[in-house]
Write a protein that binds this ligand. Structure first.
Ligand SMILES: *Cc1c(COP(=O)(O)O)cnc(C)c1O
Length: 391
C-alpha cells in the first residue's frame, strides 16, 4: 500500500494503484469459520437441508431473542421477505416509500402490482421527511414503508402518527439496521413488522437471507404459511404462497456469525472514528455521523462531497477506482431515476429535490473486518490531494 501525499502520487497520473487487491464496499464479514464448518457437518449428519430445519428454527429463536421481538420468520432473502410482508399486510393500490434506498424496496411493491410512490427525504438524515410523506397521500394509498437508511432509524414516531391518522399500514425495511436502536429500543419492534436482510454485503450475513420480525402472532402465522406455498401439514394447502424458505446452510452461517457480530461492530466503530479523524482536514467533504446515544453497526461509512471541494464527487470516485478503492455512490440516482420507475413517473424528480441533491454528493467507502491497516489514511490522503488540502 502506497502513501498518497500529493496529486503526483495518484494512479490517475500514471503512478501504480495504492492497493494491489481491490478494496470492496460490502466485502463479507466472515465470523467463526470453525463454528460454521461444525454447523455444516451437523446439517449433513441431520440430512435435513431445508424446510424449517432445526438450524433455521434455532436461528429464528436467537434473532428474536437478540432483538427482543416475539417472532422472527426467516426467509431466503430480504427482497422475498419484503414481498411476503407486503402481501401479509394486505397492501395494495399505492404505497409510499423513499426513492433514496436500494431499489428492492420499490421492486417488492411493483413486482406485486402495487404502485410505489416516492416521497422526499430530510437531507440531514437521508431518511423520509414526514411532511413529504403527508403530501404524497391519495385516496389509493394503503401503506408506508419506512427505510432505516445507513442503520439510522427512520422518523418512526412521526410515520406512526401519519399512518394512524389516515388508516394506513406502516412497515419498515430494516435491511441496514440489524443491531440498531431508536430511542434506545431495538429496531425490529416498530410498525406492523420490520424486514431484515442478511445478504453477504450486510454487516451481519447468512450469505443470502432475510427475515420479517414482528410481535403480531397472526401476521407471523400468515407469513410462515406464505413462505412455504401455504402448506399446513402434508397435503393441505390453505393459503396462496411462494417459496421463501431459508436453507439450513444459511442458518449455519447466521448462527456462526451472530456470535461474532459485536466484534464486527467494534471494528466498524473504530474504523468509522479513524475515517472521521483522517477526514477532519479535507475541505468540502463531510463524514456522516451516527448518534452516539443510539446503537448502529457503523457498517456504512458515508461521505458527502459538497461545494467547498474543488473536485466533483464523480472525479473523486474515478480517482478512487483507479487506486483500486471501489467506493460506491449508493443509491444514485435514487429509485425514481431507474428505468422502470422513470418510465412510470417521468417527472417524479420534481417532487424529490433533497433526494436529487443528496444523490449527487454521496460516496460510500470500504469498511468491515477485512480493511487493511493504514487503508483509511491512504483513502484520506487521496481526498486531501484532490481537495487541494495538500499541494
Ligand atoms: C439489501 C437490501 C434489500 C434487499 O435484501 P436482499 O437480501 O439482498 O434481497 C432491501 N432493502 C435495502 C434497503 C437493502 O439494502
Amino acid at each position: 500500500m502506497k502513501t498518497i501525499r500529493s496529486r503526483a502520487d495518484l494512479a490517475i497520473n500514471g503512478a501504480p494503484p495504492a492497493f494491489a487487491e481491490p478494496l470492496h464496499v460490502g466485502r463479507p464479514n466472515i465470523g467463526d469459520r470453525q463454528a460454521f464448518l461444525r454447523n455444516v457437518e451437523n446439517v449433513l449428519d441431520n440430512q435435513w437441508l431445508t424446510n424449517n430445519g432445526p438450524l433455521v428454527r434455532e436461528f429464528e429463536r436467537r434473532i428474536a431473542q437478540y432483538l427482543g421481538v416475539k417472532h422472527c420468520v426467516a426467509m431466503c432473502n430480504g427482497t422475498i421477505a419484503l414481498e411476503i410482508a407486503i402481501r401479509a399486510l394486505g397492501l395494495q393500490g399505492e404505497v409510499i416509500v423513499p426513492s433514496w434506498t436500494f431499489v428492492a424496496t420499490a421492486h417488492a411493491l411493483y413486482w406485486q402490482g402495487i404502485t410505489p410512490v416516492f416521497a422526499d427525504i430530510d437531507p440531514a438524515t437521508h431518511n423520509l421527511d414526514p411532511g413529504a410523506v403527508r403530501r404524497m397521500i391519495t385516496p389509493r394509498t394503503t401503506g408506508i414503508i419506512g427505510v432505516h437508511l445507513w442503520g439510522r432509524a427512520a422518523p418512526v414516531d412521526e410515520l406512526q402518527s401519519i399512518a394512524d391518522e389516515h388508516g394506513l399500514k406502516l412497515m419498515f425495511d430494516a435491511a441496514h439496521a440489524f443491531g440498531s436502536t431508536h430511542k434506545g429500543e431495538s429496531i425490529g419492534r416498530f410498525g406492523a413488522c420490520e424486514v431484515l436482510s442478511f445478504h453477504a454485503t450486510k454487516a451481519f450475513n447468512t450469505m443470502e437471507g432475510g427475515a420479517v420480525v414482528t410481535d403480531d402472532d397472526e401476521l407471523a402465522e400468515a407469513m410462515r404459511l406464505m413462505r412455504n406455498f401455504g402448506f399446513i401439514g402434508y397435503d393441505n394447502v390453505i393459503h396462496p404462497g411462494t417459496n421463501g424458505k431459508m436453507i439450513e446452510v444459511c442458518a449455519a452461517m447466521g448462527l456462526a456469525n451472530l456470535g461474532g457480530f459485536d466484534g464486527i461492530v467494534a471494528t466498524n466503530r473504530r474504523n468509522h472514528a479513524a475515517y472521521n479523524q483522517a477526514f477532519a482536514g479535507v475541505p468540502g467533504v463531510a463524514v456522516l455521523d451516527y448518534d452516539a446515544s443510539e446503537r448502529n453497526s457503523h457498517h456504512y461509512v458515508v461521505v458527502e462531497v459538497g461545494g467547498g471541494c474543488p473536485s466533483s464527487r464523480d472525479e473523486i470516485l474515478a480517482a478512487l477506482h483507479a487506486e483500486n478503492i471501489l467506493a460506491r455512490k449508493y443509491f444514485w440516482p435514487g429509485s425514481h431515476g431507474m428505468k422502470p420507475y422513470r418510465d412510470l413517473f417521468p417527472h417524479a424528480g420534481l417532487l424529490l429535490p433533497n433526494t436529487r441533491a443528496v444523490a449527487e454528493r454521496v460516496l460510500v467507502l470500504p469498511n468491515g473486518q477485512s480493511l487493511p491497516d493504514g487503508a483509511i489514511e491512504t483513502v484520506a490522503g487521496l481526498f486531501k490531494a484532490l481537495s487541494g488540502a495538500v499541494p
